[in-house]
Design a binder for this molecule. Structure first.
Ligand SMILES: *Cc1c(COP(=O)(O)O)cnc(C)c1O
Length: 364
């Protein structure tokens, strides 16, 4: 029996991923580019993404969860050496054991985490760590004055501190005064950590200029095809293409409605393509009104509510539309950032919500 024909798929262009890596490197060199592959590589498949980026020269990676770090270590295997940083850090001794077992580096974000990991290090001798210092976002990280106190009291002396890092709150808005303020605070702070590598920039930060690059940059979305300001950027290539098949084409007479709640009514005779993707595939339910899909040279708007497994598109005037053809929900033609905006979302969310049942196809 042949496998069932898929009705939705996510094609991942690994050459475009590599090109984006090189673009970021060109902007931030000589800093190391350390890809962030959290949330399964922003939904694109962390294993394939990380292997391709390793081939491209990446030797440091970031995951959010410990399990993501463990999976990445298995994926890279003993033959591909790399530092893997876990942003969640180390919250109890069992985390320490798992970190040590997979040779992962926790990003310690509070004095409580530092205490836990120091206790584990003293007991086992496993001590690579990164320190996250908050410079204004107030999400994760010790405060700058706490970081200085840790240095003065020698509280970090038991650890092998590989990296001191902070995170930008407003990098998608280059002119936001918060960027320069955070960079200045961070630069001041690094003086207290001589010989320790420093990292501040996410994707947006990589595009803010050399003052933001420090020793290592942590891009995510820009590698995966999202622009640094949440709008398409000509320097960034499309990586993911989310596609669905046309399942039915129907002619809806004027005056009839389409979909649940009858929220859209045809003002004139309308050709409707019903496609095999819905909110259970990751298409935002808010895609109507406003969003659409690329088909035969144009964006075709959604008609009526997105259902669980299906959505409807206006393909009026498109005589060639027929079942089996693919439409592009985002990709090379309908850019990720544009599709996200039209759907009332952002590139990050659109990518990471694509459901497991959508077939992933990695192309090189
Ligand atoms: C997610 C994340 C990044 C990557 O952010 P992008 O905007 O996707 O480049 C970098 N650093 C930290 C701490 C993060 O949480």
């Amino acid at each position: 029996m042949s496998p069932p024909r898929s009705v939705s798929r996510l094609r991942v262009d690994l050459s475009a991923l590599a090109a984006n890596y090189r673009t970021v490197q060109g902007l931030t060199g000589p800093a190391d580019v350390a890809p962030v592959v959290k949330a399964d590589g922003y939904g694109l498949g962390a294993a394939a993404v990380a292997r391709r980026l390793w081939d491209e020269g990446a030797r440091s990676f970031f995951t959010a969860r410990l399990a993501g770090g463990e999976a990445l270590r298995r994926t890279l295997g003993p033959e591909r050496e790399a530092a893997i940083y876990v942003l969640d850090g180390c919250s109890d001794p069992s985390d320490g054991e798992r970190l040590a077992h997979s040779d992962l580096t926790p990003v310690l974000s509070s004095t409580a985490q530092i205490d836990v990991f120091t206790g584990f290090s003293n007991a086992t001798g496993y001590k690579p760590a990164a320190l996250h210092v908050d410079t204004g976002m107030n999400r994760l990280g010790v405060r700058p004055e706490e970081a200085l106190a840790l240095v003065e009291t020698g509280a970090l002396a038991a650890l092998d501190l590989k990296l001191v890092m902070s995170h930008l709150a407003c990098a998608i808005t280059p002119e936001h005064p918060m960027n320069a303020r955070q960079a200045a605070r961070f630069r001041e702070l690094t003086k207290s950590f001589p010989g320790v590598r420093a990292s501040l920039a996410n994707s947006g930060g990589c595009f803010l200029g050399p003052d933001y690059a420090f020793d290592l940059v942590r891009p995510g979305i820009a590698l995966y095809g999202g622009g640094p300001t949440e709008a398409p950027d000509p320097r960034i290539a499309a990586v993911g293409s989310f596609e669905a098949r046309i399942l039915q084409v129907r002619d809806v007479p004027a005056g009839e409605s389409v979909g649940y709640g009858a929220t859209w009514t045809a003002e004139r005779a309308t050709r409707v393509a019903v496609i095999g993707a819905g909110y259970a595939d990751g298409l935002p339910r808010s895609a109507f009104p406003g969003g659409g899909a690329w088909f035969e040279g144009a964006v075709r708007p959604f008609l009526g509510r997105v259902s669980m497994d299906l959505a409807a598109l206006d393909v009026t005037g498109c005589e060639t539309a027929e079942p089996g053809q693919w439409v592009e929900l985002f990709g090379e033609h309908l850019k990720l950032d544009d599709a996200a905006r039209a759907d009332g979302s952002v590139a990050y969310e659109l990518l990471t919500r694509i459901a497991p049942r959508v077939e992933r196809i990695h192309e090189d």
